[in-house]
Design a protein around this ligand. Structure first.
Ligand SMILES: C[S@@+](CC[C@H](N)C(=O)[O-])C[C@H]1O[C@@H](n2cnc3c(N)ncnc32)[C@H](O)[C@@H]1O
Length: 250
């Protein structure tokens, strides 16, 4: 029998074994760092009230659940290209008001909605595993001028090797859902490479945080980079809010 496209996509899912059997846990805070235990939290996203936000590569949706619950954006699109991860987020958190799990590739989704997103973010998500020269232009398309992008990514390879000094992916061995060996591409880039990529694709860097953690017992030290940037252009959201506030004050 010929496998259906859906069943062959599920069998080749490279993320089936990640965070396997997750349980619902709406956390009191989120962390951007590798070990999920230090550094800043959701405040890096700014005020989300009334805005449309998107998490790129949300996995099971644990962080999106916190953000939808406590920061109350009008919409939080929680997207992931893995059939298994998307199913997890839908089952665990699909009932949270405003949270919308979507099964899609990040760049494909963003390219379909020019100027529709106020805030985009990723925690070791799609920005780590997609060609930045395709994903950043898609983000620049989807974000409104002045829209915010926040993402965390590895500051060096997991084994300790220095990050790439040009925009180049490494092949990471992994397992598909059916247990067969697979390879995923991961972009582990030096800060200066990310800064150049952001500037070259219509973003103005707000700041970069470097979070160094010596690691818990038996685990290696890890460095996380957190970038915050704005889509260049006229900030219509800020102007709209200022106009609303001014008219209410009258
Ligand atoms: C390391 S996991 C991180 C998940 C979540 N952010 C977390 O911290 O638990 C990376 C996730 O990104 C998703 N992903 C990778 N590339 C993607 C793409 N191009 N579009 C959408 N999701 C993607 C994977 O399916 C996976 O669920």
């Amino acid at each position: 029998m010929t496998p259906s496209p859906a069943s062959s996509a599920a069998a080749s899912d490279l993320w089936q074994h990640y965070d396997s059997n997750p349980a619902r846990r709406v956390m009191n805070r989120i962390h951007w760092d590798w070990y999920q235990r230090t550094g800043p939290g959701a405040e890096l996203l700014g005020d989300l009230a009334g805005l449309t936000a998107v998490e790129l590569g949300a996995g099971a949706g644990h962080q999106a659940a916190h953000i939808a619950t406590f920061l109350e954006p009008a919409r939080l699109i929680c997207l992931d290209s893995s059939p298994a991860q998307h199913a997890n987020s839908r089952t665990l958190y699909g009932d949270i008001p405003g949270l919308e799990p979507v099964h899609t590739d990040a760049a494909a989704f963003l390219n379909r909605g020019p100027g529709t997103i106020d805030v985009a973010y990723s925690l070791f998500g799609a920005l780590d595993f997609s060609e930045p020269r395709a994903l950043l232009p898609a983000l620049a398309t989807a974000l409104r001028p002045g829209g915010r992008l926040v993402f965390s990514t590895l500051g060096h390879y997991k084994g300790g090797g220095a990050p790439a000094t040009e925009c180049r992916a490494a092949d990471i061995p992994t397992r598909r859902a059916d247990g067969s060996p697979g390879t995923m591409r991961r972009w582990v880039l030096d800060t200066s490479v990310w800064e150049k990529l952001l500037a070259g694709h219509g973003f103005e860097l707000s700041d970069t945080d470097t979070i160094r953690d010596p690691g818990p017992a038996g685990a290696p030290p890890m460095t996380t980079l957190v970038f915050r940037a704005r889509r260049r252009g006229d900030d219509r959201t800020r102007r709209r809010r200022a106009a609303t506030a001014a008219s209410k004050a009258k």
